[in-house]
Ligand binder design. Structure first.
Ligand code: PRP
Length: 213
């Protein structure tokens, strides 16, 4: 029997695309397409076991070896800096990390800038690189409300289509970094299951992101 490759998939729309790419790469697992609430699916014939996990938790499963490989957003990798290998840019789930504020916002460099974000590490690193003093306000969601209510001057958040900002009369002032989904590997799995992992990277790069679009 083939050794199983344990794959953490991000639950949701991106995860569906990722599974379609893995399926096209030969790691099919038909039971995953059945409509049920199971979280673990395996196909011993091709040697794969998939788990659906919360997108922001994929890197934890991979870092600790509960999954050999997984797919995580670059935002999560930059924010939490997990000790994993980043193997491949899947070129899906594309968006950007940006600084946004009310359309009439004008920065006053004499004052400490109040920054609301879920991504405190990314925001701190960005403003440190600019030598700008900031007061970080950590929020868990609906970040766009912060500047509207005067809780912060700006936000650091993910912008995909820009619709959320537009509908709340906010606008992008700076792009910090482009984001997309990345294939990541546990460091020891990469050594001990190298052939299987390298083979999936090769196949995914041959297939390209179009399979999932
Ligand atoms: C993200 C982000 C924005 C929105 C941007 O939230 O925080 O609110 O998407 O997308 P848009 O530019 O296409 O409007 P997400 O839906 O990931 O959930 P969250 O509220 O947990 O951050």
């Amino acid at each position: 029997m083939k050794p199983m490759l344990n794959v953490a998939l991000p639950k949701g729309r991106i995860g569906e695309k990722v599974y379609a790419m893995f399926e096209a790469a030969g790691l099919e697992c038909p039971s995953i397409r059945e409509n049920n609430r199971k979280l673990i699916f395996e196909n011993p014939d091709v040697g794969v076991r998939y788990f659906w996990v919360k997108p922001s938790d994929v890197a934890i499963y991979v870092e600790r070896g509960a999954a050999d490989i997984g797919v995580a957003g670059k935002d999560i990798l930059l924010e939490y800096e997990p000790d994993i290998y980043e193997l491949y840019d899947l070129d899906i789930g594309k968006c950007r990390m940006a600084v946004a504020a009310k359309e009439d916002f004008r920065d006053n460099p004499q004052k400490t800038l109040k920054v609301a974000t879920k991504f405190t590490n990314i925001a701190k690193q960005y403003y440190t690189s600019l030598g700008r003093d900031i007061d970080i306000i950590h929020l868990n969601g609906s970040i766009e409300i912060a500047p509207i209510l005067g809780l912060s001057d700006v936000i650091v958040d993910i912008v995909e289509t820009g619709t959320t900002l537009k509908e709340n009369h906010l606008t992008v002032f700076e792009t910090i970094v482009p984001i997309s989904a990345r294939l990541i590997a546990n460091k020891s799995s990469f050594k001990f299951k190298n052939e299987a992992i390298e083979s999936i990277v090769k196949k995914l790069s041959e297939i390209g992101a179009d399979t999932a679009k």
